[in-house]
Design a protein around this ligand. Structure first.
Ligand code: ZN
Length: 394
């Protein structure tokens, strides 16, 4: 039978008493309980179902079946008994704020641009709305301003079931062809739309309204929306983050982006300076190796590019083979190895095989890494025959 829908009579009702009409096991566990009346909103119109308790038993799902509201419960309730119900009010009020904000924004966009709301998802974190036409960031910002002005006007929300004749005359939004009695929800000055959901009583209860993003989506656009407490919590989080950046950069909270830009510019100048100094240092270091023999060099803390640059610098002044390594015994060593006019690849293959290495390259130049200690690497080179490795310094 048709359940008396207390959530329509009073969307702010949180507790109620009702008679249990039936209770049947549900597929997949739990029970479906039917009451003669309920404040639990069943899933519908894009709005998720309510949760809460019936006689202390958790209600985990609520669905509408041919006018009857069915409550999924974790334990059975006896038909004929009185059930005391309580809905999870913070959750429901949050959903009402999001749903009402969605109506205000959709109505203003429809009036301004003629776009239809072609998709609506009320998620646990954000609400997304898809519109049938494109919106620029400036247009979205203007809609946000006007949506909050509607909130500040704080007009009472009107919910009514018009007669078919009245319905003919009313310019309401609707996503589908309506066959049954139509329930209209009006936010005066912002929206008039057919809807089966629960809404705030006054527009002020839905605010603030924050458009998080506006992206091109298919032929139209997708908005992400936060309303009420969600908008406030989000802005508080963003403020906290900005305050931290402000303290870290000793910048005004209204100039953090400018301070980050200046910092990035300084970082770029420092990178260029470090590269110039590294180039000069490589040239100086290479002068020590210019005696003609093979050179094995360990250097602390070189970047991968620094390892390559030092090997290049040594090879430009040294006729022999050169292997440059940087790293530590814990993390292993990165290497660059070369031989001007010769083929270093045989030595690199032997080194990789003996020292848990990987890497390779061209005949004259190879790069890679070794998972070995400095002692193991030095022993490997000491053990090579003179034709494979002839250091100019012992
Ligand atoms: Zn709606």
């Amino acid at each position: 039978m048709e359940t008396e829908k207390l959530y329509y009579a009073d969307p702010f009702l949180t507790r109620f008493s009702a008679e249990v009409l039936s209770c049947a096991p549900a597929e997949g566990g739990g029970y479906w309980v039917e009451l003669d009346r309920t404040a639990f909103y069943p899933e519908g119109g894009g709005q998720p179902w309510d949760t809460g308790v019936l006689n202390g038993v958790p209600v985990t799902n609520v669905q509408l079946r041919r006018g009857a509201v069915l409550h999924r419960t974790a334990a059975p309730l006896a038909p004929g008994e009185t059930a005391e119900g309580e809905i999870d009010w913070p959750r429901r009020f949050d959903l009402m704020q999001q749903h009402s904000g969605e109506h205000i924004v959709s109505g203003l966009i429809h009036a301004a641009f003629g776009y239809d709301n072609v998709g609506f998802h009320l998620g646990a974190e954000v609400t997304t709305i898809d519109f049938s036409g494109p919106l620029s960031p400036e247009q979205a910002a203007d809609i946000q301003r006007r949506a909050n002005e509607a909130v500040w006007r704080d007009e009472a929300v009107k919910v009514f079931w018009p007669s078919p004749e009245e319905l003919e005359r009313l310019p309401f939004r609707s996503k589908k062809e309506l066959t049954e009695a139509v329930r209209l929800v009006e936010f005066p000055g912002a929206d008039l739309c057919a809807c089966c959901g629960t809404h705030v009583a006054r527009a002020g209860q839905a605010g603030p309204i924050l458009l998080l993003s506006c992206q091109k989506f298919r032929e139209g656009s997708r908005l992400e929306l936060l309303c009420g407490r969600r908008a406030l919590d989000y802005l508080a989080g963003v403020k906290e983050e900005n305050d931290r950046v402000s303290v870290l950069l000793s910048a005004k909270v209204t100039d953090t982006a400018g301070a980050v830009e200046r910092l990035l510019g300084e970082l770029q100048r420092q990178k260029e300076r470090a590269a110039r100094l590294e180039g000069a240092w490589c040239a100086l270091r290479a002068r020590d190796c210019s005696e003609g023999g093979d050179a094995l060099l360990f250097e602390e803390d070189l970047t991968p590019d620094g390892v390559r640059r030092l090997a290049d610098a040594v090879l430009s002044v040294c006729a022999g083979r050169c292997v440059v390594l940087s790293g530590d015994d814990g993390a292993g060593y990165r290497y660059a190895a070369g031989w001007t006019g010769g083929d270093i690849r045989g030595l690199v293959r032997a080194m990789n095989a003996a020292l848990r290495g990987r890497g390779g390259g061209k005949p004259g130049f190879c790069q890679g890494s070794l998972q070995a200690s400095r002692g193991e690497i030095e022993s490997f080179f000491r053990a090579l025959p003179p034709e494979d490795w002839a250091p100019d310094k012992p």
